[in-house]
Structure formats: C-alpha cells, structure tokens
Ligand binder design. Structure first.
Ligand SMILES: Cc1cc2nc3c(=O)[nH]c(=O)nc-3n(C[C@H](O)[C@H](O)[C@H](O)COP(=O)(O)OP(=O)(O)OC[C@H]3O[C@@H](n4cnc5c(N)ncnc54)[C@H](O)[C@@H]3O)c2cc1C
Length: 502
C-alpha cells in the first residue's frame, strides 16, 4: 500500500517534471525566415509579428531581399515634391484587405477614392467611353444603347448571350474563347482585349478564363448564362435584402490610392516591421527542409545561412521554384513553369498649359488593332485628386514591353509622346519623365493554370511550416497578395505557436 502511494507520488512528480520540461521547451523563441520583401513578404512579417505579440510569444523574424530597397514592384519617382507611382497605382476597395491593413498601420485616413470612373477605349484616333457599370457587370442600359464603342450588330450579339448554349464540360479555356463564345467578337476586340492588354500585358488568347473571370464562369455554370445569372441573383438579392447590386468583390467599390501614393503602404509596413525583425540584403540561393521540414535552412549568396522553424517564400514563382529545388523537385518545376510578363511604366508630369484641354476621366486602354507603343494611359491627376498634384497634369503610361525591351529610356519617352498625341492634344514638353522596367513581375495565368496551382498547393502542403505567398497563386492585385499573405501567416502562426502554447 505504502509502496503504491510512493509510486503514485513518483509518477506524479515525474509527470510534473515532464510538463515543466515541455514548458521550458515551449517558451523557447521561434524563428521565421521570410524570403522576399515585396508587399507579400512585408505583410507576412507584419501579421506574424502581430500574432506573436498578441500571444506574448517571442518571435525572431529574418527578412531577406536581394534588392537594396524593400517593397518589390512598389516603386516611385519624385519630382518637385510629387511622389509618382511607377509600380501599382491603386487598389480595389471591394476587397477589404488593403483598407484593413491601412487602418491597422494608421494610414487609413490618407486613402483617396477615385474621383472619376470615366474610362475610354482608344480605337483609330478616337477615345470612346466605356458604358457606365460595364466593369461591374451591371451596365447602364441607356449608356449601352447610345455607346459609340460598339456597333448595333455587336450590341445585339451581346444581348443574345442568354440564348447561347452553356458549355457542358466546363474545362478551362482562354479568356478570348470564353468572351467570344458568350458575347461575340466585338466585345472581345473592343473591350476585353484592350483591358487584358492594359492589365496583364498579354493577349486574351493566352489567359485562363477560370483564373481571370471566375465569377462569369460560375454564372454560366449555375445559370446557363452570364446575363441570366446576374438577373436571377439580382432579383433574389432584392427579395431577400432590398438591395439590387450583385457585382463580384473584384468589381465592387471603387479604385483608391493613398494621398502620398501607393508606396506609402510599403513604406509604413517597412517602418513597422523593421525594428522588430532582422533585414538582410542578399539573394537567396536555396531553401531546404531539415529533419523532414521540422526546421529550415536558407542559404544566401553572401555565404550566410539562416536556420528557422518556418519559412515564408514571398518570391515571384520562377525565383521561388529555383530556391526550392532541394525541397521538392516537382514543386520547383511547377513553379518555374509559370511565365511572367515584364511591364514598362512611364510617368510624365506636365504643366496644365501643355494641353489645349487637360485630360478628364480616369484614362484609356488601347485596342489591339490601334496599338503602337502605348497599351494604357491613366490620367493620374484627374483620376485621383492628390493634394500635391497642384496645377500639374500627371500621366502614367503602360508601354508594350515586347517591342521596347531593348530601347533606351529616351527612345521610349519619344515613342510614348508621339503615340499619346494621336489621342490627346499635347502642345508642350513634359517637365519630368521617369521610365520603370519591371522584370518578370506579372504572372501569366495560362489556361489550366488552376490545375497547376492545385498541384503546387498539394506539394507545398507536405510541409506544414512552409508558406508560399505572392501574386502567382490566384490573383495578381495588391489586395489579393495581402489576403494570401495574411492567411498564410495565420496558418504558420497557428502551426508554430500551438507547439509553444498547446
Ligand atoms: C507595373 C505594375 C503595376 C501594377 N499595378 C497594380 C495596380 O495598380 N493595382 C493592383 O492591385 N496591382 C497592381 N500590380 C500587381 C501588384 O502590384 C503585384 O502583384 C504585387 O505588388 C506583387 O507583390 P509581391 O510581394 O508578391 O512580389 P514582388 O513585389 O515582385 O516582390 C518580390 C521580392 O522578391 C525579391 N526577390 C526575388 N528573387 C529573390 C531571391 N532569390 N532572393 C532574395 N530576394 C528575391 C525581389 O527583390 C522583390 O523585392 C502591378 C504590378 C506591376 C508590376
């Protein structure tokens, strides 16, 4: 009896010591390496540190980027106190990720919504206004009827969309095939093609409909037609909530920016995380799992090696693929098979007097049969009423980078000014011109990209403490990158901190 009681006491003491040991083990610091310091990497650092802070856990974060400055494609140029965006220029407010992050960073009050939505398509030497509501899939019918962008036969073909048979076996197809099949060639050539060219820098034939137009495809699948789907959803919503609007999140809301431009976001993120994490400027050569992914080893080009408990790969897919070769050859090959376009952006500042009448509206997209060097032009100073634009006219131009990759900045500037003068009357020289080249920056979601992504997720999920973030994994927008980075950071935090705090 005595023996039994003593044994129980000993057992109890042992289990107390074990749990104390486990406790000592669990309060140990956790380490995360984040490779890539664009918006995806910076957001990951921000939310990981935030979750650790909330749980009172000490987290050691190392952020690696090969570039001298953080922010990735968020770049800007300055002229006379004006900060000009040379990377992203705005974000959609329909997806809350940017608004939420900006509020958490304390810069929510500096957000500026677009002051006009009037957008044009350049055809021949004319600018035709895109009918109101068409972007949001709720076109103004009067505007559609009177629009000079489409011919009557083109408009009738679009209106016949509900009678087009649904594709029974919905395999992925190109945006060009989907739009032409459902709405006819004119909508494809006069609207979809210039939009895709302006946004992605490629032709709609090379872009996956499943990745780019998921909402429209789901309407076809569920309702047999896009137009029927919109009408049925609208009626249902109205009967349930009294509201009419049924646009997808990507089309809802407006475009917005920050009063100091988009780099205000990455700069504030950098400021917030910098004091709490170690930043290393180096190229990451390889990322390898140790002990089946219980820890990670990242080798840098400067000879340094980072050991961590988790790794967030926030690189463009090709670069991610190269660094993950030792982790999983198939994952690496899938990532490297994603092609990227390399946009060129030109920012121009003029005096107002350089125009007979200053451009009004948010800008124009150039139709393929009209295109020379300019793919799209934003009338930045009209689209956003930023305080420091003062009396200047600011234009931001996307250039056909396939033609001008080898050209000098001066040659690009001359080609752009000559091409712009087909559509807007410019009588004076620009005060300032900046040319930015973004090498392999925008992923091309080719048809069947969705299948490739499934394969990538499957392989990645073999490692609980590996995260892949960036613009290759769903959608390219700033809001999408932030959403993914936030979700993946939460997953990594759960994985790391549940061990710390069971
Ligand atoms: C010109 C342009 C305009 C755009 N306009 C808009 C817009 O108006 N609105 C919108 O919503 N979206 C826009 N986008 C899309 C959006 O901005 C991007 O998808 C997003 O910013 C990508 O961020 P990221 O952090 O994933 O990648 P990146 O910004 O590409 O960052 C990746 C980082 O990884 C680093 N890196 C690469 N390889 C290595 C390596 N081996 N070792 C270490 N570091 C490495 C790079 O230096 C870089 O800093 C635009 C994109 C471009 C290029």
């Amino acid at each position: 009896m005595r023996h039994n009681t003593e044994a129980k006491r000993q057992d109890h003491r042992l289990s107390t010591i074990e749990s104390m040991n486990a406790r000592i083990d669990t309060v140990e610091r956790k380490r995360v390496a984040i490779i890539g310091g664009g918006i995806s990497g910076l957001t990951s650092a921000f939310y990981l540190l935030k979750s650790a802070g909330k749980k009172g856990i000490e987290l050691e974060v190392t952020l690696v980027d090969e570039s001298r400055s953080l922010g990735g494609v968020f770049k800007s140029a300055s002229y006379d106190g004006l900060r000009l965006d040379l990377g992203p220029e705005c974000f959609v407010t329909g997806k809350p990720a940017v608004l939420d992050l900006a509020n958490e960073l304390g810069i929510g009050s500096t957000i500026l919504r677009q002051s006009t939505r009037r957008t044009f398509i350049a055809r021949g030497s004319f600018l035709s206004k895109i009918p109101d509501g068409l972007f949001a899939l709720t076109p103004n019918l009067k505007d559609m009827a009177t629009s000079d962008l489409f011919s009557w036969t083109g408009k009738i073909r679009m209106a016949l969309e509900p009678f087009v048979q649904k594709q029974e076996r919905l395999t992925d197809e190109s945006v060009a095939t989907f739009i032409e099949r459902r709405f006819g060639k004119e909508l494809l050539q006069r609207l979809a093609e210039p939009m895709i060219g302006g946004l992605y820098g490629i032709e709609p034939e090379n872009l996956s409909a499943q990745m780019t137009l998921p909402y429209m495809r789901s309407l076809e699948k569920e309702h047999g037609s896009v137009i029927k789907g919109i009408i049925q959803k609208t009626v249902k919503r109205h009967s349930e909530t009294g509201e009419w609007f049924t646009s997808p999140p990507s089309c809802k809301g407006t475009m917005a920016t920050f009063d100091e431009g988009m780099t205000a976001l990455t700069q504030m993120l950098e400021k917030c995380v910098q004091s709490k994490c170690k930043v290393i400027e180096a190229h990451a050569d390889s990322i390898e799992p140790v002990n089946e992914g219980k820890t990670w080893k990242t080798r840098l080009s400067n000879g340094l090696q980072i050991d961590s408990d988790a790794v967030v790969v926030a690189l463009p897919a090709k670069s991610a693929g190269r660094t993950l070769l030792q982790t999983d050859r198939w994952l690496s090959e899938c990532l490297q098979s994603i092609n990227y376009s390399s946009p060129i952006v030109v920012s121009l500042v003029f005096e107002k007097s350089a125009f007979k009448s200053a451009p009004h509206g948010s800008g124009f997209l150039v139709a393929g049969d009209t295109r020379k060097s300019v793919r799209a032009c934003t009338f930045s100073s009209s689209k956003f009423k930023r305080r420091n634009y003062q009396n200047k006219v600011v234009l931001r131009v996307s250039v056909d980078s396939t033609k001008y990759r080898e050209s000098s900045d001066e040659q690009i500037k001359i080609a752009v000014l000559e091409d712009l003068s087909r559509f807007i009357e410019i009588t004076g020289e620009p005060l300032f011109c900046a040319v930015a080249r973004h090498n392999e920056a925008i992923p091309q979601f080719a048809p069947r990209h969705g299948h490739l992504l499934k394969e990538i997720e499957l392989r990645k999920n073999r490692f609980a403490s590996l995260a892949l973030v960036g613009n290759a994994y769903g959608a390219i927008g700033v809001a999408d990158c932030i959403t993914r980075a936030k979700e993946e950071s939460q997953r990594i935090a759960d994985c790391l901190f549940s061990v710390v705090n069971p």
